[in-house]
Design a binder for this molecule. Structure first.
Ligand SMILES: *Cc1c(COP(=O)(O)O)cnc(C)c1O
Ligand code: SF4
Length: 468
């Protein structure tokens, strides 16, 4: 019989412990904040840290000048500005902020950042390219991605949509928009006119930043379309502001109304959330999940694989088991997208393949996340082990996506800091890197026609062979 063994993440029972202390009182500015105040979503929103100076205001002497300068320099490079709820801010380990997995996600420091990969793209997933009308990406036959707003209750410094999400930064100018009932009309029309579409991902931005009225408006409009069978509201909220589920009754009721209406129509209305570290999970998260579970709401999780955040086996297993324990289904773990400002957070594909192997079997199969690479260039999500070719020495993988773009090839590149010195030197030479890419493409024996090969080369050339 298998015995519990705390030193082995798969056998440990640690994931059943949910932090329930007044952890925020260790932050000087919040030392007198009561449990009730901290539990109020309005207090959380009002006291969110949105500026560098507020990091200092909140922490006082607990933060060194050296770290403040490092954050300052980090924010000058990062494509996202900061917004951090007190909940997340006080879960960061301010005794060891440099190595803290939460600090790494929301408060980048320049000393850890690396130059972008030569083939990074601001819109790595071609969401704007595969967009038939504003706010909509239609890549797969029967599902669409709908982006009705560009704001979130927290900003992740590694956001895959850093080109549009949040306010402008020193390095990226953005046109920020909130959800607006008129602007979405064209998207509804497109979906209504495309009978293939059964599935709508309502993302952004974050559904937590939609008003109650908007949640219902968008949900009802979509449910009224006969062929739409499944809605997913995407929000990181349960991970970073669980207090909203517990105290914003209007918002929660609005969601429940759409959920109930869906059920009456025989349609699924669910939430997709975004936990990346077991350290984000506390008794607050569990209570928020209890409220949703009591209404039979299905919640699934999409995590991003990040170096030093969740790249170690025991951390990923604990995250998987802890979410499962509170009725969140671990759905995806994404290999990090090749977007600007997060080279230091990316792992190699080989690490993702190994981690998948280590995690599978630790718990129920339906609670085991699928590890995927969202293929740059709009190939869509592919299982990490399903590449056509992988040159591990140079960190180049080649992918196909038969249901998305059957005549194309897609490339993912491992971060250079994971490669050997020799390989890094090759990458620093433009001619050699073009040769490596061409070699990888030609290693895939697809029996393509001349025409198809030319089409592939042309797209790859425009994406990857332009000097940046
Ligand atoms: C992720 C995504 C979806 C949903 O894909 P699932 O694999 O069903 O979760 C739909 N459209 C786009 C453009 C996406 O990126
Ligand atoms: S919550 Fe999602 S959309 Fe918002 S900043 Fe984070 S990753 Fe980007």
């Amino acid at each position: 019989m298998i015995q519990s063994d705390p030193s082995n993440a798969a056998l440990s029972l640690d994931h059943r412990q949910f932090r329930n202390d007044e952890f925020w009182q260790i932050i000087p500015a919040w030392k007198d904040v009561t449990h009730d105040q901290f539990g109020d979503h309005l207090w959380q929103a009002k006291n969110s840290v949105k500026r560098l100076s507020e990091v200092k205001d909140v922490l006082g002497d607990r933060v060194s000048d050296e770290l403040m300068n490092d954050i300052d320099a980090g924010l000058k490079i990062a494509p996202m500005n900061i917004r951090i709820t007190p909940y997340v801010f006080s879960l960061m380990d301010w005794d060891n902020p440099v190595n803290d997995p939460l600090r790494k996600q929301f408060l980048p420091i320049a000393s850890q950042m690396l130059p972008d990969h030569p083939y990074y793209l601001a819109d790595s997933l071609y969401e704007d390219v595969d967009s038939p009308v504003p706010m909509l990406t239609h890549r797969y036959p029967d599902k669409v991605l709908f982006l009705p707003l560009t704001t979130c209750p927290v900003y992740c410094s590694y956001c895959t949509r850093s080109r549009i999400i949040g306010g402008s930064t020193e390095s990226v100018e953005k046109e920020t928009y909130g959800a607006n009932m008129e602007r979405t009309e064209e998207a509804f029309q497109y979906i209504a006119n495309n009978p293939c579409i059964e599935d709508v991902v309502i993302s952004g931005g974050d559904a937590f930043n939609m008003t109650a009225k908007h949640i219902e408006f968008i949900g009802n409009r979509l449910l009224e379309i006969d062929h739409v069978r499944r809605l997913r509201y995407a929000t990181k909220g349960i991970a970073i502001l669980p207090q909203k589920i517990l105290t914003d009754d209007r918002w929660v009721e609005a969601f429940f109304n759409v959920h109930r209406r869906g059920r009456e129509l025989g349609k699924q209305v669910v939430i997709h959330t975004h936990f990346s570290s077991p350290r984000e999970i506390t008794e607050w998260s569990r209570r928020a999940m209890d409220r949703l579970f009591a209404e039979s709401v299905i919640v699934r999780n999409q995590a991003v694989l990040q170096e030093g955040v969740n790249s170690e086996t025991d951390v990923m297993i604990r995250l998987t088991k802890k979410m499962s324990y509170m009725n969140i289904q671990p759905y995806y773990v994404y290999v990090h997208d090749m977007v600007p400002g997060c080279e230091h957070l990316r792992t190699s594909l080989a690490e993702a393949v190994e981690l998948e192997k280590q995690v599978r079997g630790c718990t129920a199969g339906f609670n085991t996340p699928t590890f995927v690479c969202d293929a740059p260039g709009g190939g869509g999500k592919r299982h990490v082990s399903s590449y056509e070719h992988y040159d591990q020495e140079n960190g180049i993988s080649v992918w196909r996506a038969p249901n998305v773009k059957p005549d194309e090839l897609f490339l993912y590149f491992d971060p250079l800091y994971k490669l050997s010195a020799d390989s890094q030197a090759r990458w620093n030479d433009a001619t050699q890197r073009e040769n490596m890419v061409n070699h990888a493409i030609h290693s895939v024996d697809l029996k393509l026609t001349q025409d198809q090969r030319q089409k592939i080369s042309k797209r790859l050339e425009s994406a990857y062979h332009q000097p940046k």
